[in-house]
Design a protein around this ligand. Structure first.
Ligand code: GLP
Length: 238
């Protein structure tokens, strides 16, 4: 495990963009596992700048996102599909057919989960997986529970996750979806490289437990201790 302590959000974002750029240079036809939430926004903006400066291209890359809210289509501004388009896809040269998210509006979420796992397999797995971490230690939407769930699955969101994400819904808890679809722990752990990005003093205690405490599904990020190529980029300042 490599730990990179950064002094501000701009530095955190630049370090993440460095690792994604390096992956794209090393293997232009790579599969990037991408994340949403507020943490990666700066890194995506930095990647868009680098693309516009001609330093990096996504033309041959494939992206596989971690998760999506149940019941949402890409047209809903709070959906993760909308988020990815807004913050990254429309600013760079990804081929639209090479960008993937689980569909939250599929008629059968069960079938959608099977489709998504097959898709990840067809892509040959993930080369670099970018992860954020929830305040409760969730990764993707793998919420704390009694056991780790290997496959892509539908999940009931915890109240703490819903309230942490209420800021994206005008602070209105009523509007925050109760369920989501998330990539499972297996596809995440099988990524060749994982970059865990954690921003903010309020997540440091959970991060410490995740990295140095027991490996437990109560803190889903703790399983990352077992990954052979994990880089943790963090910033304690808000
Ligand atoms: C959501 C996403 C996670 C993300 C987490 C942290 O719950 N499903 O993938 O890591 O939020 O978000 P933030 O970076 O906004 O704290």
């Amino acid at each position: 495990m490599e730990l990179i302590k950064t002094s501000c959000y701009a530095e955190l974002s630049a370090r993440i963009a460095d690792m994604i750029s390096a992956q794209l240079i090393l293997k232009p036809r790579c599969t990037l596992g991408l994340a949403t939430g507020s943490t990666p926004i700066g890194a995506y903006a930095e990647l868009a700048r680098r693309y516009q400066a001609g330093a990096v291209s996504f033309a041959r890359a494939v992206s596989i996102n971690l998760d999506e809210y149940a019941g949402m289509t890409a047209e809903t501004p709070q959906s993760y599909a909308y988020f990815m388009n807004e913050h990254l896809f429309r600013h760079v040269d990804f081929e639209p057919e090479n960008t993937h998210l689980p569909s939250g509006s599929a008629s059968s979420l069960e079938e959608e989960c099977i489709r998504y796992d097959r898709l990840i397999e067809t892509c040959g797995g993930i080369d670099l997986q970018l992860l954020g971490m929830g305040h409760n230690g969730h990764i993707g939407f793998n919420e704390p529970g009694d056991f780790f769930i290997a496959e892509t699955h539908a999940v009931k969101l915890s109240e703490s996750t819903r309230s942490a994400n209420a800021r994206f819904f005008g602070g209105d808890m009523e509007k925050v979806p109760t369920h989501a679809v998330t990539m499972g722990i297996r596809s995440i752990m099988q990524a060749k490289q994982i970059v865990l990005a954690v921003n903010g003093q309020d997540k440091m205690e959970t991060l410490k437990k995740a990295l140095y405490g027991p490996i437990t599904p109560r803190i889903p990020a703790s399983i990352l201790q077992l990954h052979r190529n994990l880089t943790v980029v963090f910033c304690e300042a808000e």
